[in-house]
Each structure stands twice: as structure tokens, then as C-alpha cells.
Design a protein around this ligand. Structure first.
Ligand SMILES: Cc1ncc(COP(=O)(O)O)c(C=O)c1O
Length: 390
């Protein structure tokens, strides 16, 4: 009765079973996988956010495929206000309900069933589902670690087949926190040009650098480029469901894709009026949110370094930006076994590396969003448990 693409194996794995047991045990849970910014004690301009939702114009229905101009202009201002400003024409911005939906538009525009899209490995686990639901196949290209993460540009070229339609870059990547380096961007563009590929740049974590901010892909004109982002991460408002894609690249391809995307967006008209009218104010609230979150991220990262300096078994990988840090642990058991053991013995939840498709054992991913007291105590228990069992 059902389509093959929905034949998922929904049997809970050892990690989710242990998590369920921990959650129902009544024990205090130290959750170092926190990803919901609205529940971890960060500062928001609450009144401003609530006021933004009361726009009287929202009483009128004005269907507009790309989204209301007022919201698209606010997104264009966001790019103009980046540390390395980019001019983006509001006519080349399409609003969506989420970055995930923007991916769907990209896949529908670019891929026939069975076509392939290249994705970094390790990276964001939801790609598998986002692509699978659209009958698109993912082909990984490796990132490798050598005093920092790097794109294996020659492996990227080798991963291209006659079915490849696009390359996804996550800038900065989740969970490695690595930007696409300036030196890698040229090679990336060359690969796209040589094989007629579109570049899809996911920049949802762009505004959370731990050091030097990097340039957005939204200004790239070399190849057809779709730059994706949204309020979910940059303003810490995943519940508002406002995201977008900005289209750049050679004029012919840009215009052709805008006409086609217009039809796709017009078919759904998914962004709602109250949120589109609220977008200019909601985007303004990002400054206070980012200030609060960056302080949290840096505090937890410093705590991580302080604790790591007191022992020698674990270390952390270099991270340039984003909400996560990767802990290197001795690979004496699988990451999943270690994560399950940490839940059962210590009441601490962390993501095993394989969740993000790390190819080697010995990686745990910690969320720097975690409230500081939980982060410190969770980390203490992780390091002591790893120490005891090594
Ligand atoms: C790299 C990356 N892209 C996209 C998303 C999804 O964003 P949205 O909430 O706008 O769908 C996430 C969410 O965690 C993410 O980590």
C-alpha cells in the first residue's frame, strides 16, 4: 500500500532505547545534546517578539510566490549587515517555512528521481531523510581532520557521476564547526563549473563564529548558488518557521531558476502572513539573542578546554563556529556503546559521532548550548567515566 521511499526502519536503536529508559527513570538527566535554543535560559527580546506578531496587515491575504516583499527586503538587509556585507536583490530571495523546506525546493528544482547530490561527511543527519523523501540519492564527499577540518577537494571531484546535480556545503558545518575555507571555495566552484552542478550553501550557523567571521556564499556569482538560512538558528526562533533561499550566479541560470522556483513556491504558498509581516522585527531581535548565545558558547568552550587541560585521555577537535564541539575519546569501544554507557551509569546524554556519519570511532558531539551548570557537571562525569574505563 505504501511507497518504498517510506519503508524506514523505525525500530529504536540502542541509543534511543537507553534514552527512553533514562527519561522515564525519574533520574536527573544531564542533556548535552540540547539543540532547542528556546528552552536553555538564553536572553530574548520577548516583548518585541510578541509585538511583532500583531501586525494588522496580516488580516489581508496577499498571495506572493516568493513571499511578501517586506520580509524579503528585511532578509536582504540581513546580508547587507553581515561583517562582510553582501548585496542581495530581494527579487532573488524566496521565503520558505524552514531551511528544510528550502532544501525540498532545491531538490525538486534540480533533481529527477535517482539523481544525486553530494553532501559533506561528517555532517547534518537530516540530509538522508530530506533527500530520500524527494527520491534523491546522497553521495558523501569526505571532510578530513588535520589540525582543523578540510574539504578533500579531489575526493569531491571523484564523487561526481553523470547523475550528480548539486553539491551541498554547510558553512559552518554541523557538527564539525568548520567553514569552507577561502582556498577551498575556488576549487569547489571549478568542480561545479566543470560538471554543471549547482552549489547549495547552508549557512544556518553563519552568525556564530568563535573567531574570524567568514564571507557568505550569497555574493558568489561564479556558479548557480542557492544560499539557505532562516530565523531558526540566526534569531534562535525555530518555532516561527521563517527561512529563505537566496539565488546567485550567472544571470541566465539565475533567471531560469527564479522562474521555476516561483512556480514551485506558488504551488505551496507556505509562509504565513503574520510571520512574514513580523520578519523585519524578528530579524532585529537576532542581535540580543546572538549576544547571549555567543557568550554561552564561548563560556562552555572555555570550560571544556579547562577540564581537558587537567587530563590527557580526551581532547577536542578544532572548532571555528557553531553550536557544537567534538570530543576525541579513546576508541576502545564503539561511540554508541560509550554514549549508552554514559546514559546508564552517569545520566549524561551525548551524541555518538556515527550519528553525524563520522567514519571513525572515538568521537562524541557535545552541544555548547547546554546550560553551564549541566555542561560542567556532564563533562566532569564524561571525563571521569572515560578515565575509569581506559
Ligand atoms: C545544518 C543545518 N541545516 C538546516 C537545519 C534546519 O533548519 P530549519 O529549522 O530552518 O529547518 C539544521 C537544524 O539543526 C541544521 O543543523
Amino acid at each position: 500500500m505504501f511507497a518504498k521511499r517510506t519503508q524506514w526502519d523505525l525500530t529504536p536503536n540502542a541509543f534511543s532505547q537507553a534514552l527512553e529508559r533514562l527519561r522515564t527513570s525519574g533520574r536527573k538527566v544531564l542533556d548535552l545534546t540540547a539543540s532547542n535554543p528556546t528552552v536553555v535560559g538564553l536572553d530574548y527580546e520577548r516583548e518585541k517578539i510578541v509585538r511583532a506578531l500583531h501586525h494588522p496587515e496580516a488580516l489581508h491575504y496577499q498571495p506572493e510566490a516568493k513571499g511578501l516583499r517586506v520580509a524579503r527586503e528585511a532578509v536582504a538587509r540581513y546580508y547587507a549587515e553581515l561583517p562582510q556585507p553582501v548585496t542581495v536583490d530581494p527579487e532573488r530571495i524566496i521565503l520558505t517555512a524552514s531551511t528544510s523546506e528550502a532544501y525540498t525546493y532545491c531538490f525538486r528544482l534540480l533533481c529527477d528521481p535517482g539523481d544525486e547530490v553530494l553532501v559533506p561527511r561528517p555532517s547534518y543527519p537530516l540530509f538522508e531523510l530530506l533527500a530520500g523523501i524527494q527520491d534523491v540519492k546522497l553521495a558523501p564527499y569526505p571532510l578530513f581532520y588535520d589540525h582543523g577540518w578540510h574539504m578533500d577537494v579531489s575526493a569531491l571531484g571523484e564523487a561526481v557521476t553523470s547523475r550528480t546535480r548539486a553539491v551541498i556545503v554547510v558553512h559552518p558545518n554541523n557538527p564539525t564547526g568548520s567553514y569552507v575555507q577561502v582556498s577551498e571555495r575556488g576549487a569547489l566552484n571549478e568542480t561545479c563549473k566543470e560538471h554543471d552542478l549547482t552549489l547549495v550553501a547552508d549557512e544556518v550557523f553563519m552568525d556564530f563564529p568563535h573567531g574570524q567571521p567568514q564571507a557568505s556564499f550569497a555574493g558568489d556569482q561564479d556558479v548557480l548558488t542557492f544560499t539557505l538560512s532562516g530565523l531558526s538558528k540566526i534569531a534562535g526562533l525555530p518555532q516561527m518557521k521563517v527561512a529563505w533561499m537566496a539565488v546567485s550566479g550567472p544571470a541566465g541560470l539565475r533567471n531560469e531558476s527564479m522562474s521555476r522556483l516561483d512556480v514551485i513556491a506558488d504551488t505551496y504558498l507556505s509562509p504565513n502572513a503574520p510571520l512574514q509581516w513580523a520578519t523585519p522585527e524578528l530579524l532585529q531581535t537576532r542581535h540580543a539573542f546572538q549576544h547571549s548565545l555567543l557568550a554561552r558558547l564561548r563560556h562552555n568552550l572555555a570550560e571544556l578546554d579547562r577540564r581537558l587541560s587537567q587530563q590527557s585521555l580526551c581532547s577536542r577537535l578544532h572548532v571555528e563556529a557553531g553550536w557544537y564541539a567534538t570530543l576525541r575519546t579513546p576508541a576502545i569501544r564503539s561511540d554508541e556503546e560509550l554514549a549508552v554507557r554514559l546514559m546508564e551509569k552517569e545520566g549524561v546524554v551525548v551524541h555518538p559521532g556515527h550519528f553525524f556519519d563520522f567514519t571513525q570511532e572515538g568521537h562524541l558531539v557535545l552541544s555548547l548550548l547546554t546550560p553551564p551548570e549541566d555542561f560542567t557537571e556532564g563533562l566532569r562525569r564524561i571525563l571521569s567515566a572515560v578515565g575509569d574505563s581506559s
